[in-house]
Design a protein around this ligand. Structure first.
Ligand SMILES: NC(=O)C1=CN([C@@H]2O[C@H](COP(=O)(O)OP(=O)(O)OC[C@H]3O[C@@H](n4cnc5c(N)ncnc54)[C@H](OP(=O)(O)O)[C@@H]3O)[C@@H](O)[C@H]2O)[C@@H](O)CC1
Ligand SMILES: [K+]
Length: 502
């Protein structure tokens, strides 16, 4: 499990560790790690460090100090290093170290923006030491202008600890931020490196261990690795029958919307359900039977004429909602499914129904909801843009207010449950942003619920496997082939391979 922390948590751990070490030890470790990553990148791109042009963007805090000491190390190896001093103060020790080995410094307190622009645009490497975990709010000038210029840099951009402009604790970005190819982070991951929009600015994250581990508190955010997920997933044994593997009920589709049902059933079948019981009106049932003969189907002609799921047979978890519609008949199905005593996953139209009738969520058995930002916006009464900008805050709030487990879909999928760290999914690909992939995800998570996983584990396991399957579908394999667009069914088809390589 990769764990992540807020700035305050990291600062407290650093203070505890620093008290036991000679002054400057931690910054020395950080700068050495940063310089090593930068040297490796320069060698990769130019063949050597010697003679390369390095520009350091330096703010007034210790983040700038790290960059200055690392710059001094690069200058010692023959790099031509220029520091652009943007703050009201500068880390004097770092600046002296740089100057002692021939590095130059350009002071922005004497405004020379044009020169800074040229330096940034033409450098082989730009090192962003403007602000780290001490940053708060939108970047002020001249930091904001410098951060904006990094997007046009022709060379590499490496962020120190966290890209300046990204809120390290939340991943929020208010205004300009440095767009890095690599972020070298010290001591522990910061939440903002894993959660969008911040994660998008961080690029690849390189971790430098400075000895903070024993001093870190319980994390607020955690990203399961492939190994973690493999450990979670149920594997059939010699004793397994369909009930031990899990029977998942899927109440989805309507005469108007049939595709979502086919996709959700596909996700469940391919994720390894012991059996899928599918309940719907005649047309989706016909299509599901044609595509997935493995599913056992029940036609409910009149959901208002009695309990629509009574005749379905034994089910260990339900998926409710994809393509279900939002009228009175759909409401009756939702009420019947949510009245059962087994875990229920609510997605898509099911979310619209519970947004209108919160009473549906009053139940004893566990509930998992899987909204995207728009659907969560309706559930919380918060504008979609606010949710997109503050995903961590809103997924936590939804779990607390609704008393359910929440999987918030999006470029970084988050899973929240009260009193547990928010789980971040690190698989996935931008190609997943296509219609119907959410229905497949619902089918996978439903299968894992039916297999006995908790909502929290089923949601994070499903997100991981779904993202991995999408990556496999996009590339044909994971061996670096060119990418191609995918359709939702391709993700379902790639599930067995994803489970194989996990
Ligand atoms: N502690 C440790 O043991 C270790 C720490 N390490 C390193 O130290 C970093 C933390 O250093 P830090 O605490 O000095 O804060 P830091 O991020 O450099 O910036 C603070 C200054 O930025 C400014 N500023 C803030 N917001 C702003 C805004 N919106 N827009 C513009 N300016 C803004 C503000 O300056 P002011 O306005 O006061 O001039 C404030 O004083 C950490 O990320 C890691 O890199 C490593 O060496 C490992 C050991
Ligand atoms: K930075």
């Amino acid at each position: 499990m990769r764990t992540a922390y807020t700035s305050d948590q990291i600062r407290a751990a650093e203070l505890a560790l620093m008290a036991k070490l000679p002054e400057g030890t931690l910054m020395g470790r950080a700068a050495a790690g940063l310089a090593a990553v930068c040297a490796g990148l320069l060698t990769g791109v130019r063949g050597r460090v010697y003679g390369s042009h390095v520009v350091l963007l330096i703010g007034s805090g210790d983040n700038g100090g790290d960059a200055l000491y690392a710059g001094a190390r690069l200058a010692r190896r023959g790099a031509r290093v220029v520091a652009v001093l943007a703050g009201s103060r500068v880390h004097e020790g770092g600046l002296a170290a740089l100057r002692a080995v021939g590095g130059r410094a350009t002071d922005l307190r004497v405004p020379i923006p044009e020169q800074a622009r040229e330096l940034i645009l033409e450098a082989d490497l730009v090192v962003d030491g403007l602000v780290g975990i001490g940053g708060s709010g939108a970047l002020r000038e001249p930091y904001a202008t410098l951060a904006g210029l990094t997007a046009q840099a022709s060379g590499l951009v490496v962020a120190v600890d966290v890209p300046s402009g990204v809120d390290a604790s939340t991943g929020g970005v208010d205004g300009a931020a440095v767009r890095a190819q690599v972020t070298v982070t010290f001591g522990a991951y910061k939440n903002g490196l894993l959660i969008d929009p911040g994660a998008r600015f961080a690029g690849a994250v390189e971790f430098v261990d400075i000895g903070l581990g024993p001093y870190l508190p319980d994390p607020g955010v955690a990203a399961p690795t492939g190994e973690d997920v493999a450990d979670l997933l149920p594997r059939p044994g010699a004793e397994s029958d369909k009930y031990r593997r899990g029977v998942v009920g899927i109440a989805a589709g309507s005469d108007r919307y049939t595709g979502a049902a086919v996709l959700a059933v596909g996700g469940a079948v391919r994720a390894g359900a012991g059996m899928v019981r599918f309940v719907s009106s005649a047309e989706p049932v016909r299509l599901v039977r044609a595509r997935w003969p493995e599913a056992v189907t029940t036609i409910v002609a009149d959901p208002l004429g009695g309990n629509p799921v009574e005749e379905v047979g034994r089910v260990q978890a339900w998926v409710l909602g994809p393509g279900l519609g939002t009228g009175a008949e759909a409401h009756a199905v939702a009420r019947a499914v949510l009245s059962t005593q087994v875990p229920v996953l609510v997605d898509a139209d099911g979310l619209t129904l519970i947004a209108r009738d919160r009473g549906l969520l009053r139940r004893d058995a566990p509930t998992l909801i899987t909204p995207h930002a728009g659907e969560l916006s309706r559930l919380l009464g918060v504008p979609r843009e606010r949710i997109e900008a503050r995903r961590l805050e809103h997924v936590r709030r939804a779990a607390a207010e609704l008393g359910v487990t929440v999987l918030l879909k999006g470029s970084t999928t988050l899973v929240a449950e009260e009193d547990r760290p928010v789980r971040v999914n690190t698989t996935g690909t931008p190609w997943l942003a296509t219609g119907g992939t959410g229905d497949v995800l619902a089918g996978i998570a439903g299968t894992l619920l039916a297999g006995g996983l908790s909502c929290y584990d089923a949601a994070s396991g499903a997100a991981y496997v779904h993202g991995l399957a999408a990556r496999l579908a996009v590339r044909g394999d994971l061996a670096g082939r060119a990418e191609a667009p995918i359709a939702a069914l391709d993700v379902a088809q790639a599930l067995p391979e994803a489970l194989r390589v996990l």
